[in-house]
Design a protein around this ligand. Structure first.
Ligand SMILES: Nc1ncnc2c1ncn2[C@@H]1O[C@H](COP(=O)(O)OP(=O)(O)O)[C@@H](O)[C@H]1O
Ligand SMILES: [Mg+2]
Length: 235
């Protein structure tokens, strides 16, 4: 078990954003948490990354209790987050954005190889490596944000709504790369409003409703579940 979350709660003052969430991600797995706008997806990821404090429960990662660790230690342990809305550094070049992802890695040979790996995954980024990130399309910025996280050498990659605001063809392309990365051995926890796309590629799915995980099952089972289909898949 790579990530084991038990009874996790997280609040904003009096607002309970996450309420006693349990979830597990096995090494090598692609897990998806799906839920509507405001369900608590971003808060959950921020709590795992130490960007938002938990108010109860436990987070274990790779056998360590990281519950109260500061973010920089959590990142160093191998949890890398791709933030909602990409948040690339607009005035910097594509390559400088990627290199920033490797800020704590001293093995320059590894960084060079990983840069080439990212350029292989996303050839458009190779073409535009000297271009300013702010001039990229939304889809290209999403690719850049994923690439930047990969340069942090993640053992667990957290993806916050990578499909947001993208045209269907681009969503397909981004999700194809997510599957490829997972098949290359990267363990992934994906959160998405786009439940159908996420559950189609995931091994295991969790349904998050107003801060509570209300259902968990193999993703294929959730896709076939009538109640899930009516509530989240729109057919
Ligand atoms: N900074 C904040 N202060 C107060 N409430 C917040 C803040 N951020 C999010 N919330 C609330 O927490 C809940 C979960 O939000 P969020 O985690 O952003 O959901 P999601 O990512 O699923 O859209 C929502 O009710 C939202 O209004
Ligand atoms: Mg969000």
């Amino acid at each position: 078990m790579l990530l084991e979350v038990a009874g996790l709660s997280s609040d904003y003052g009096p607002v309970h954003a996450i309420h006693q969430a349990d979830l597990q991600v096995h090494t090598g797995e692609l897990a998806a948490i799906v839920g509507g706008n405001g369900a608590g997806k971003t808060t959950l990821l921020h709590t795992l990354s130490g960007l938002h404090p938990s108010s109860g429960g436990r987070i274990r990662f790779a056998g360590l209790d990281i519950t109260r660790w500061p973010t920089h230690r959590i990142v160093a342990a191998g949890i890398c987050q791709v933030p909602e809305g990409r948040q690339v550094f607009a005035p910097l070049s594509v390559e400088d954005n990627l290199r920033l992802g490797a800020y704590r890695i001293r093995d320059h040979g590894w960084v060079q190889r990983e840069l080439e790996h990212v350029y292989t995954l996303f050839p458009i980024l190779a073409e535009r490596r000297r271009q300013l990130a702010g001039t990229l399309s939304g889809g290209q910025q999403q690719m850049l944000a994923i690439g930047r996280a990969l340069l942090g050498r993640p053992r667990l990659l957290l993806l916050d709504e990578p499909s947001m605001g993208l045209a269907p063809l681009l969503v397909e392309e981004i999700f194809r790369v997510i599957v490829e990365l997972n098949s290359q051995g990267v363990t992934i926890l994906l959160v998405e409003q786009n439940a159908r796309a996420a559950l189609t590629i995931a091994n295991r799915g969790y349904i998050l409703e107003t801060g509570r995980i209300v259902k968990t099952a193999p993703a294929a089972e959730l896709l076939a579940d009538d109640a899930v289909r009516r509530a989240y898949l729109g057919y």
